[in-house]
Design a protein around this ligand. Structure first.
Ligand code: G3H
Ligand code: 13P
Ligand code: NA
Ligand code: ZN
Length: 328
């Protein structure tokens, strides 16, 4: 059944687990997420980005998620719109039947330029008013996502506009978070705590303090009823990088957020954990390997099935590690 994000994350908070939110662009990702959820008895958050709508079209994204609900009626599914760039974008998703939307007012409508605090409050508050009237949940974002190691914003987060950032600029301020929640009424808040989007988060194997766990604790203490969201939560599996590079890929050395650190974040109030890159890497590795081993194959179903299997394994591992398993 389709449920709202508020319903699911309230349950997650009550029982102390986190929920991975996987990006979905095609049928293979959708099946992988659902097969993993079915295997582990996990509730699901799937999210469609602007890029996904551009690639597949909003009707296909919507019907793919509805098809999953039909095929796995016993699994609760949140249909979430990722990184909305304006109240208008969110309104169109709500009209399409999304049960949850993200209004990312931390960036201007171009999705690149960091915005003012006042702008963020204004667009987010307007989105909450509109969404809550129809029982739809809203995620906001406060802060500039960027790596605490490199001081660089991730892909699409203020590229060029921000340059090198100081440690302090890369962490959401707890007092501002409290004011933001009071003024907007968001159900969930994406915070900056050391993660960044994409595959290039850290240049060296990350150590124990690469996430600002203390900051997560401080924010959670100030807004205990608002669910914290961690974007840029891919772990960038080294085994899949190796497979990609073994079979013709050229991905330079890079590291993601260790699963154990995400689990630590979940202990301190993180409830929604956004993952896209890990499924992209697994799919690419599996397809490269299949084609290298089967040079005569030209049936896409054969290599896409390998991609689905590889993505399913990642999803199962995240549902188990985050404590989502068993809560469908
Ligand atoms: O936040 C970004 C997600 O990974 C979606 O990426 O905009 O390329 O679809 P995308
Ligand atoms: P990754 O690039 O780390 O997978 O993050 C995805 C994300 O935050 C989508 O909103
Ligand atoms: Na941001
Ligand atoms: Zn994101």
């Amino acid at each position: 059944a389709l449920i709202s994000m508020r319903q699911l994350l309230d349950h997650a908070a009550e029982h102390g687990y986190g929920v991975p939110a996987f990006n979905v662009n095609n049928q293979e990702q959708m099946r992988a997420i659902m097969e993993a959820a079915d295997k582990t008895n996990s509730p699901v958050i799937v999210q469609g980005s602007a890029g996904a709508r551009k690639y597949a079209g909003a009707p296909f994204i919507r019907h793919m998620i509805l098809a999953a609900v039909e095929e796995w009626p016993h699994i609760p599914v949140v249909m979430h719109q990722d990184h909305g760039t304006s109240p208008g974008v969110c309104q169109r998703s709500i009209q399409l039947g999304f049960s949850s939307v993200m209004m990312d007012g931390s960036l201007m409508e171009d999705g690149k330029t960091p915005s003012s605090y006042e702008y963020n409050v204004d667009v987010t508050r307007r989105t909450v008013e509109m969404a809550h009237a129809g029982g739809v949940s809203v995620e906001g974002e406060l802060g500039v996502l960027g790596s605490l190691e490199t001081g660089e914003a991730g892909e699409e987060d203020g590229i060029g506009a921000v340059g090198k950032l100081s440690h302090d600029q890369l962490l959401t301020d707890p007092e501002e978070a409290a004011d933001f929640v009071k003024k907007t009424g968001v159900d969930a808040l994406a915070i900056a705590c050391g993660t960044s989007h994409g595959a290039y988060k850290f240049t060296r194997p990350p150590t124990g303090d690469i996430l600002a766990i203390n900051r997560i604790k401080e924010i959670h203490a100030r807004i205990p009823n608002t669910h914290l969201v961690m974007h840029g939560s891919s772990s960038v599996p080294q085994e899949w990088l190796a497979v990609i590079n073994e079979f013709g890929g050229e991905i330079p050395e890079t590291y993601g957020v260790p699963v154990e650190q995400i689990v630590e974040g979940i202990k301190h109030g993180v409830r929604k954990v956004n993952i896209d890159t890990d499924l992209r890497l697994a799919a690419t590795g599996a397809i490269r390997r299949h084609l290298a081993h089967n040079p005569a194959n030209f049936d896409p179903r054969k290599y896409l099935a390998e991609a689905t299997k590889a993505m399913t394994e990642i999803c199962v591992a995240r549902y188990e590690a985050f404590g989502t398993a068993g809560h469908a």
